[in-house]
Design a protein around this ligand. Sequence first.
Ligand code: SF4
Ligand code: SF4
Length: 391
Amino acid sequence: MEEDTELQQHLAALAASGQQALTREERLKRQRSLDALGAPSFAATCRDRGVAPLRRSAARIFQLNIGLYCNQACSHCHVESSPRRTAEQASRATVDRCLELLAGATAGTRGSADAITTLDITGGAPELNENFRYLVERAAPLGVEIINRCNLTVLLEPGQEDLVDFLARHKVRVVASLPCYSEGNVDAQRGRGVFERSIAGLHLLNAAGYGVDGSGLQLDLVYNPGGAFLAPAQSKLEAAYKSELGSAYGISFSRLLALNNMPIKRFADWLAKRGKLQEYMGLLVNGFNPAAGESLMCRDTVSVRWDGTLYDCDFNQQLDMALTHLGMGAGAGPAIDGAVGGAGGGGASSRPLTIWDISSLDELTGRPIRVDNHCFGCTAGSGSSCQGAVA
Ligand code: SF4
Ligand code: SF4
């Protein structure tokens, strides 16, 4: 109940102040916490700890955030999704341009070196975008792995009765959120009744062969902590998930991906309301792992917003830290801890770069990555990325 009230207050603040103002305020709170800890910037920390320069290499993963509409409104959502976000949806034109860029970057068109291997479709609830199935049907023949980031409950939404069969037919890899194997913890983070419906969704996926050995249909689950602590060791947690979900519900799955909570958006608000933001930032800074810095997902991921704007990652996308027209090319300046809304990694007047401004994904290779104080979430402990732990 307390979490529901907080979420309503947060959504009301969002409506009153606007996304950009809240994002700016949130960044300042993170920075004040770091200053109080005497922590250096993320870029300086990477440099001082011997991490390779923060520059983009050839893109391997093309991640499209197809829209922010979601049938849920989870308390830790880093993209601020909810059933109210109906306007921010990728159009057919955006999807078609993504397909063109993808087609020019796959192993089939350019050989295996530096080719895109994966189309990662996220949201919101991506399946509820009217162009989701159009995208999957046209991307499948390109020979890339297709990931659908699924919240499980969407499988039970009216009109989605054939969704599991559709995903299986196109061999889409399902990466599904289930932050715990206990009902109480899941419902606290994702809303009342979500655990029960998630289990029902998993049963539908297992019945179609997802997560079943030998089926060729991959089903991964995503864990994120239920509070202000880092994700535990991924392999140990996977064993516990497999044992608990198998014995209690007869559910099987392929792999568990353990993610840290990023100190942004609703989770940042959740921390600040409890006076825990500084403590959490301290945990991230003290847990800095140089090996995770080498494997940051932003090195080889290109992230695309519903409107076609380009980013280094989905977190930067939610913080309005777009790639920009200024500083194009491998010779551009160093990675900069950048302020929200364009200042920092390219200048306040920099125009965001979009999928229509580039003729090939190669144009992004060598650019400095736009890092800032939230990036400590990716390098703490075993590291964290959309593919789980990285170190
Ligand atoms: S299901 Fe995912 S996208 Fe939807 S509100 Fe929850 S965390 Fe956000
Ligand atoms: S949050 Fe920062 S470190 Fe993490 S993937 Fe994005 S740009 Fe890279």
